[in-house]
Ligand binder design. Structure first.
Ligand code: F6P
Length: 370
């Protein structure tokens, strides 16, 4: 009998999603080739679980024609949403507000009717919490970790992260030449939510003088001193990388309310706040701000992420084959392995102040403002 697998992508997109989808499909197709093994068909739910919950349902068969060559493409051919959590499903009300309702039992009923032998949920922390809930309700769930923020503790790396760092570094390099020409101080804001991984990797790769991350609140006066020192001998210039979730020692993050029904508050704008704070604290330098934003999530994944995502896809299918459900694939100590969904969602992965990465960055002369 032919077996059926469902794949979906949830939360913010990340370069490499399509490579995971293709990896699952290609590995699944190999099962039927000898004629002695069971055949597998792979399906995709459009916009995470919304494709299953909607009426009519939006579920597509992932044929080889649909998935050929997609590992090179950014985004996700299955589309995604961060307003489709079945456990807290946003329902717009006539008065313009949004009410959240638990649709997980309805989802489980629909999934049972569809009779999939395995469900592969590609997503970040929020998505894997959903995987865990559905697994606890008897669904054959397998998770694949995804986020450019690299903030999942159960895997050494998430795909999409290295591409985001590459994009940020390329942008940083461009800002350095113009900073030097105009002897300006450039502030470049990068993504990462509550984790400073993208910021710190970019700062090291680009050679920043200052890197501000959520894990180390900054003292504005220390930053002013560092900048002033760089200008002391004449035409100085400074390049700063600031993570969107960075905050001053006495202050809060720069956030605005998320869209109605969205899972998160919206971060962004700390570059402008920092620029203001520097001026108010007496910084004499001419400052310009750049907010990179979603550019970091777009476009083609770099080779590293294509490889990692492809391996994750193959491993996810192999877990399905072994009926090893309730697990999330992971990269640990340079090996592709898996962890329980319970462990996968326990801890958030932020930068430790005493980590070698932070200490080495200090050794390179990078100031955190602590
Ligand atoms: O989690 C990935 C991420 O890109 C964060 O770095 C960022 O804060 C957030 O998503 C942006 O979300 P949205 O696409 O909803 O604006």
């Amino acid at each position: 009998m032919t077996k059926k697998i469902l794949i979906l992508t949830g939360g913010g997109d990340a370069p490499g999603l399509n490579a995971v989808i293709r990896g699952v499909c290609k590995r699944a197709r190999r099962e039927g080739v000898s004629g002695t093994k069971e055949e597998w068909e792979v399906y995709g739910s459009i916009e995470a679980f919304n494709g299953v919950l909607s009426n009519p349902q939006e579920i597509v068969k992932l044929t080889s024609k649909r998935t050929a060559g997609i590992h090179v493409k950014g985004g996700t051919i299955l589309k995604t949403t961060n307003k489709g959590n079945p456990i807290q499903f946003p329902v717009p009300q006539p008065d313009g507000t949004v009410r959240f309702t638990d649709r997980s039992d309805e989802l489980v009923k629909k999934l049972k009717e569809l009779n999939f032998d395995a469900i592969i949920n590609i997503g970040g922390d929020g998505s894997q919490k959903i995987s865990k809930t559905l697994f606890d309700k008897g669904m054959p769930m397998i998770g694949v970790p995804k986020t450019i923020d690299n903030d999942l503790s159960a895997t050494d790396l998430t795909f999409g992260f290295q591409t985001a760092v590459q994009i940020a570094t390329d942008s940083f390099d461009k800002l350095v030449t113009t900073a030097e020409s105009h002897h300006r101080t450039m502030i470049m804001e990068v993504m990462g939510r509550d984790a400073g991984w993208i910021a710190l990797h970019t700062a090291i790769a680009g050679g920043a003088e200052i890197c501000l991350i959520p894990e180390i609140p900054y003292d504005i006066n220390k930053l002013v001193r560092k900048i002033d020192n760089r200008y002391k001998k004449g035409r100085g210039f400074v390049n700063i990388v600031v993570a969107e979730g960075a905050k001053p020692k006495q202050g809060t993050i720069t956030a605005s309310a998320g869209e109605k029904g969205s899972e998160h508050v919206r971060l962004g704008g700390v570059a402008y706040q920092l620029s203001r704070q520097l001026k108010e604290a007496g910084c004499q330098a001419e400052i310009r701000e750049t907010v990179l934003g979603h550019v970091q999530r777009g476009g083609t994944p770099i080779a590293f992420d294509r490889v990692l995502a492809s391996l994750f896809g193959v491993k996810a299918f192999e877990l399905a084959l072994e009926k090893n459900f309730g697990r999330m694939v992971a990269l640990k100590n340079n090996a592709i392995t898996s962890v329980s969904l319970e462990d996968a969602t326990k801890e958030y992965n932020t930068l430790q102040q005493d980590s070698y990465l932070v200490q080495a960055a200090k050794g390179l002369g990078i100031t955190f403002g602590d």
